[in-house]
Design a protein around this ligand. Structure first.
Ligand code: AMP
Length: 291
């Protein structure tokens, strides 16, 4: 596995790969790798000849009061996990290498960028899409793999690829959950035993919504209310939002269908967690560690 730092070094590697007729697969991450990230590598491996993983905690997508400084980092551990999972090129740019000046120009995410996650985290998706565009420019991937765990982010990357005619195939991989149902997240490391127990209200709320949907309810308001009731019963957890969204537009919908995404976000102490489920598929469609 090669480790490169500068965008220029990565561009050279991807130009070489293209000359040799090889497809590059890109897995963007913020590091502190877990099995969810490694599942994305597997998807990339199946579709590309050269797998590039980026590890970059992108300051542009964190608000001033958010956890940029406290975001967990462990590059040595990431390096070992990436190599063992079959990454060919680990790209670890510094903030200075990514943003030597500015940036003066950023990507505007449009209306979906300012609802749900974007409403709670103003500017977040402009930061995400700007860095993703920069990652695409340097890695020139034929295919890029993102996780459904960040469903709104995946939808916005899809919109950006479509609207800017980017020559990148987008793969969105299923959410990987721990044996207890909690979606894997680098931020879970901040949860103590009690916090983790509280955090389980998120998958429980999603399961509650799915149960109501399966019983025949199609009014999104009732499905959202069922999920909110589960979150509301958990003292020590603050819900940010619960919503049913159309998978194509990522806009809230009143009428739920099999493909509707039920999305939740909540805070347990200082730790912010998000999760979602496709109503018709249920949590069983996700990957569970230990199964
Ligand atoms: P992050 O490092 O949290 O920015 O995530 C990097 C990529 O991994 C994103 O595309 C995420 O959606 C994806 N990801 C994060 N957690 C999971 C998970 N539990 N299952 C699958 N993909 C995930």
């Amino acid at each position: 596995m090669r480790v490169v730092c500068l965008p220029r070094e990565l561009r050279e590697a991807s130009t070489q790969a293209a000359r040799a007729g090889l497809r590059v697969g890109l897995v963007p991450t913020m590091g502190f790798l877990h099995a969810g990230h490694l599942a994305l590598v597997k998807e990339a491996r199946a579709r590309a000849d050269v797998v590039v993983m980026s590890v970059f905690v992108n300051p542009l997508q964190f608000g001033p009061a958010e956890d940029f400084a406290a975001y967990p980092r462990d590059l040595e551990r990431d390096r070992g996990l990436a190599e063992a999972s079959g990454v060919d090129v680990l790209w670890v740019p510094t903030v200075e290498a990514m943003y030597p000046v500015g940036p003066a120009v950023t990507v505007s995410p449009g209306p979906v960028g300012s609802i749900l996650e974007g409403a709670v985290r103003p500017g977040h998706f402009a930061g995400v899409l700007t860095v993703v565009l920069k990652l695409f420019a340097a890695a020139a991937p034929a295919v890029a793999v993102f996780g459904r765990k960040d469903a709104q982010q995946a939808a916005l990357v899809r919109f950006m690829i479509r609207d800017f005619n980017l020559p990148v195939e987008l793969i969105v991989a299923p959410t990987v959950r721990d044996a207890d149902g909690l979606a894997l997240s680098s931020r879970n490391v901040h949860l103590d035993v009690a916090g983790r127990r509280r955090a389980l209200a998120l998958p429980r709320a999603l399961a509650g919504g799915v149960e109501v949907f399966r019983s025949g309810e199609r009014r999104a308001g009732s499905i959202v209310a069922a999920a909110e009731a589960v979150l509301g019963r958990e003292a020590g957890l603050t819900s940010d939002y619960v919503a049913c969204v159309n998978p194509d537009t990522f806009l809230p919908t009143d009428a739920a269908t099999d493909t509707t995404t039920l999305a939740v976000a909540a805070r347990v102490g200082a730790t912010r967690l998000i999760d979602n489920v496709v109503l018709g598929a249920g949590l069983d469609a996700d990957v569970r560690i230990g199964d």
